[in-house]
Structure formats: structure tokens, C-alpha cells
Design a protein around this ligand. Structure first.
Ligand SMILES: [Fe+2]
Length: 399
């Protein structure tokens, strides 16, 4: 800026909107340079590489009275907010429950392969992993009895309630990372963590700060995971860095992560819960024979839903003809057309069915709004647009 001071308006804009180069690296390094201590987390059994570790017996004891439950939940909230952002509960799930779930998961993976569907995902190269999207529903329908034992687990419920309050909704995605698979690059998770940079920049700063409060990330180890098998890498305290959704893809941040990250060895039955804004990545599986199997939980807040349900398809059916003419004649500007589309079509691609609605390039599938914009650009026939949107609705909800 050659020393030209910013105006008050420019400062205000800078305060509420991030730019592509937002995030000062030195400030980031300072923000992650902390050490957690047991004094801060008196119910923990130990601190391991800055992750706060609890025993299952602590969870069971806490669940015996509402007061003790609240005390432990408050301590966990402190871990995820002020603290390092990640906690582990050792041996939180009985092995026989896990073993039986593994039988179901293996059956589903084999069935997916037999059906000819690639069972990997868009986060890794083909063959590197096997993924079960919507493992919650497939698990529950495939083995209702085991599902009941699995989700009766008090650690899952306690962590979910602690972060999200009442009415939370669980989704689960099983990931089996095969020998030889590469590490992921370090990232943050859903919601903003799933977006491309140009989308991220459209959300104001307070939404960047709010987004992590709407989901909780969890991982349940379904086999022993020695370090060589690549259990998740974390950078404790990195959830504090407000500009992280934009800054973390940059080289200096990635390099810092690779040098300073933690990695906890997990045993079958251990659980990890972390703030979705924590910088993390799946590690490289350097073994020749460990198929690293985890059930990844993503628990969502009951909030983030509109008060009324809208028949978007019916509304678009009614509105589309009234948009085509002014769009062609130029009697409404492009921005005005976009304003109407924002009011009548769904602009968010989730929730969806990731078996049938996998994104084509990028992390997120196309939205109704994108289909509608493209249709107007191409002057698509009304019926064809509706068919496309009906097909999208089917793909989103197909079971
Ligand atoms: Fe992730």
C-alpha cells in the first residue's frame, strides 16, 4: 500500500472479509505454540503430544450423575475451544462390538466392489482406500442389533452433546486405508473446509468462527493403528487461527504442519474427537499388511436448518419461465437474476448421498442454483432443466 493508510471503510471490510492472502504466518506460529498440562484438565489421565487423553472409566463415572456429566462435558469443551482442540478416550468401545461391526463393514465393502462401484473417494487415489459413505444407515440396516450396541456407547453421546447440545445428528463414513496409501495434505473439515477458495471468501469472518461450532469430528479405531499405519496427524491449537480456512493450503503452513504435527498411536476401540477447524491429515500407511479401518463420525448441530421446508422443485418449475425472458432480453441484470435464483433454489449441496452424488472435480457436488444458472446461460428448455433437477434430487436421496 506504499504507506497509504487504509480508510475506515477499508478497515471495516478487512475486519469482516478475508482476502486470498489472509493469515500472518508468524501470528499462526505463535498461536500454536502452547503446551497442554494436566493441571488444566484435571479429569484427564495424561497428555500425549498435546492431545488430552481420558479413560473410558472416567466417562462412565461422569455419566452416573447429571452434575458429573456436565463437569466432564465442560472440560471437553475447554479442550476443543481454548485448549489443544483434540482429545482421545482410550478403549471407549468394546472389542466384540467393533469386531462384529467390522464384519458388516467388510461385507458392505465387498458388495460395493462386486457391484462394480469404486469404493474409494475423491480425497485419495483409486485403490488407496475403501470408503463406506453413509455408514450410519448401512450399518443400522445391515445389522440393527450391532448398531444398537455400537451407538448405545456413552462416549459418542457425551462428546456429541458436549459440543453440539441437544438434538445433534450423527453421520458416519467408514474409511479403510490400504497399505501403501499416501498421506493427505493437511486441512480443516466440513463446512468451510469442503469449499474451494472462491467460495470460502464469500463467507464473512463471523461465519468462519461459527462454522466449527456446528460440527464435531470423531474417529473410532476399528483395528490397532501403529504409527507406521498412518493414524491421523494433528496440529494442536491450530483451530484458534481465524484465517485458517484460507491460509492452510499455503506452502509455509503445510511445511510447518509436516514438521510439528502430532500423531497418536491408536488401539482398537480408542476414540478421538476434535474441533473440525483443527489442522489435520490422514497419515501415510507405510505397512505392507495393515488395512487401517476407522469409522469417522461427523456429528452435526441441530441448527443450520431453515424453519420451513420449501418445495424448491415446484418453485423453480413455476419461476423458470419468468426468468428466461428477462434474461434473454436483458430487462433484468445478471445480478438481479442471481438474486431471484438465491431466493428460489437450494444453494447448498449437502446433505446428499455420496454414493450417487459424488462431486465431479472439487469437494462438493453441484447445487440447484448452479444447475439453474447454467440452464439460463444455455437457454435450456424448461422440461430438460426440470428433468436434471429431478435427477439431482434422486441422486441426493437415493438409498
Ligand atoms: Fe479431515
Amino acid at each position: 500500500m506504499n504507506g497509504t493508510p487504509l480508510t475506515q471503510q477499508q478497515l471495516l471490510t478487512q475486519q469482516h472479509y478475508l482476502s486470498k492472502d489472509a493469515g500472518d504466518f508468524a501470528a499462526f506460529v505463535e498461536s500454536v505454540s502452547h503446551n497442554a498440562t494436566l493441571t488444566d484438565y484435571p479429569q484427564a489421565s495424561n497428555i500425549e503430544q498435546n492431545a488430552v487423553v481420558y479413560s473410558r472409566s472416567t466417562v462412565t463415572r461422569a455419566c452416573s450423575t447429571p452434575e458429573e456429566k456436565k463437569t466432564l462435558m465442560a472440560e471437553w469443551i475447554k479442550v476443543w475451544t481454548d485448549g489443544p482442540g483434540v482429545l482421545m478416550i482410550t478403549q471407549a468401545m468394546d472389542h466384540q462390538v467393533i469386531d462384529r461391526a467390522n464384519e458388516t463393514f467388510e461385507r458392505i465393502i465387498n458388495q460395493q466392489k462386486a457391484d462394480g462401484g469404486g469404493s474409494g473417494d475423491h480425497f485419495a487415489k483409486a485403490g488407496a482406500n475403501d470408503r463406506i459413505w453413509n455408514a450410519l444407515e448401512k450399518h443400522g440396516k445391515g445389522d440393527p442389533e450391532n448398531f444398537t450396541h455400537y451407538y448405545a456407547n456413552e462416549a459418542i453421546a457425551l462428546a456429541s452433546e458436549a459440543w453440539l447440545g441437544a438434538g445433534y445428528q450423527i453421520t458416519a463414513q467408514v474409511n479403510r486405508v490400504n497399505p501403501g496409501s499416501a498421506a493427505q495434505s493437511a486441512h480443516r473439515d466440513y463446512h468451510l473446509g469442503f469449499m474451494a477458495e472462491d467460495q470460502i471468501l464469500k463467507y464473512p469472518m463471523h461465519v468462519h468462527q461459527l462454522s466449527p461450532a456446528l460440527t464435531l469430528q470423531g474417529a473410532i479405531a476399528h483395528c490397532d493403528m501403529p504409527l507406521a499405519s498412518g493414524p491421523t496427524l494433528y496440529l494442536p491449537y491450530s483451530q484458534h487461527f481465524s484465517e485458517g480456512y484460507v491460509a492452510f493450503t499455503r506452502d509455509e503452513f503445510q511445511q510447518y504442519f509436516n514438521k510439528h504435527r502430532s500423531q497418536l498411536e491408536l488401539k482398537k476401540g480408542d476414540m478421538v474427537f476434535f474441533n473440525p477447524a483443527l489442522m489435520h491429515a490422514a497419515g501415510e500407511n507405510k505397512t505392507a499388511d495393515i488395512y487401517r479401518l476407522a469409522n469417522l463420525l461427523q456429528v452435526s448441530s441441530a441448527f443450520g436448518r431453515a424453519m420451513e421446508s420449501i418445495d424448491h422443485l415446484g418453485l423453480i418449475d413455476a419461476i423458470y419461465p419468468t426468468l428466461v425472458k428477462p434474461n434473454t432480453a436483458g430487462t433484468l441484470t445478471k445480478d438481479q437474476i442471481v438474486n431471484v435464483i438465491s431466493a428460489c433454489a437450494d444453494g447448498y449441496p449437502f446433505p446428499t448421498n455420496l454414493d450417487t452424488d459424488l462431486p465431479a472435480g472439487g469437494m462438493a457436488p453441484k447445487t440447484q442454483q448452479q444447475y439453474l444458472l447454467e440452464a439460463l446461460d444455455d437457454n435450456t428448455n424448461h422440461e430438460i432443466l426440470l428433468e436434471r433437477l429431478q435427477s439431482l434430487t434422486r441422486k441426493q436421496s437415493l438409498t
